[in-house]
Write a protein that binds this ligand. Structure first.
Ligand SMILES: [Zn+2]
Ligand SMILES: [Zn+2]
Length: 236
């Protein structure tokens, strides 16, 4: 299943006229695995792309992603995880085998990743062990591919070292399991902390532009401003 998400800032003529000076990334989501996790591909005019939280589990889920990359002549140059819960890393091994990319995430997620082989069988999930990063990401700074730069937003609370990725030029946030449309991430899993989660949303997400589009790890996208106004965890 896939849904194309053209950028809200782009006008119709810009989309139809590739010669216009667009310096923006595009994002597409794929809903994968039994947890209905959102896998994202972020790509720009250079043809380079980042895979974020690859959750492909079945062969057909893998094929949909591979076909999209091939059909759009994209070159995957970066594999990012927001955090290391099983639903967000199920496709890491496949991406490594297919494109030679090792994941990048914050080292504080390593215990979460290491715990997966023990609990995956209990959940009836076949887990292909993720490769480990060559480089771990810091709490602040940037990562980049093509012409796209992503700012790291460190927002633990759902997991111990959760990162969100903010693309300022396109005004979008790949948010993982921190903030959902009308909800927030669970904080009852190991490494979770409710007060910390809400504080990070208030201080690090709600301070982003109000029209910034949030692409979460589950469910539909939303905006910072909409959640600030309507999210029941902050409006009561
Ligand atoms: Zn999670
Ligand atoms: Zn998740």
């Amino acid at each position: 299943m896939q849904t194309e998400k053209p950028l809200e800032k782009q006008t119709k003529s810009e989309i139809e006229n590739p010669k216009s000076e667009i310096r923006m990334s595009q994002i597409i989501s794929f809903v994968n695995n039994p947890y209905q996790e959102n896998t994202y591909i972020l790509y720009d005019e250079t043809g380079e792309c980042a895979l974020i939280d690859p959750g492909m589990y079945t062969a057909s889920e893998q094929n949909v992603v591979v076909n999209f990359i091939r059909d759009n002549k994209l070159t995957p140059t970066m594999l990012l995880n927001t955090h290391c819960h099983i639903d967000h890393v199920l496709g890491n091994k496949f991406v490594f085998e297919q494109y030679g990319l090792k994941p990048q995430f914050h080292a504080g997620e390593l215990n979460i990743l290491a715990a997966i082989p023990a609990y995956a069988p209990q959940m009836g999930i076949r887990y292909m062990t993720s490769p480990l990063p060559d480089h771990y990401l810091p709490e602040t700074g940037t990562v980049s591919f093509g012409n796209t730069e992503l700012q790291l937003v460190f927002a633990p609370g759902h997991s111990p070292a959760h990162l969100c990725y903010f693309d300022e030029a396109t005004n979008l946030l790949v948010g993982g399991d921190v903030l959902f449309r009308g909800s927030v991430g669970r904080s009852d899993l190991p490494g979770g902390e409710y007060d910390l989660l809400l504080r990070n949303i208030r201080e690090k997400l709600f301070t982003l532009p109000q029209d910034c589009v949030v692409y979460p790890g589950h469910g539909p996208e939303t905006t910072i401003g909409y959640e600030k106004k309507t999210n029941p965890f902050f409006n009561y």
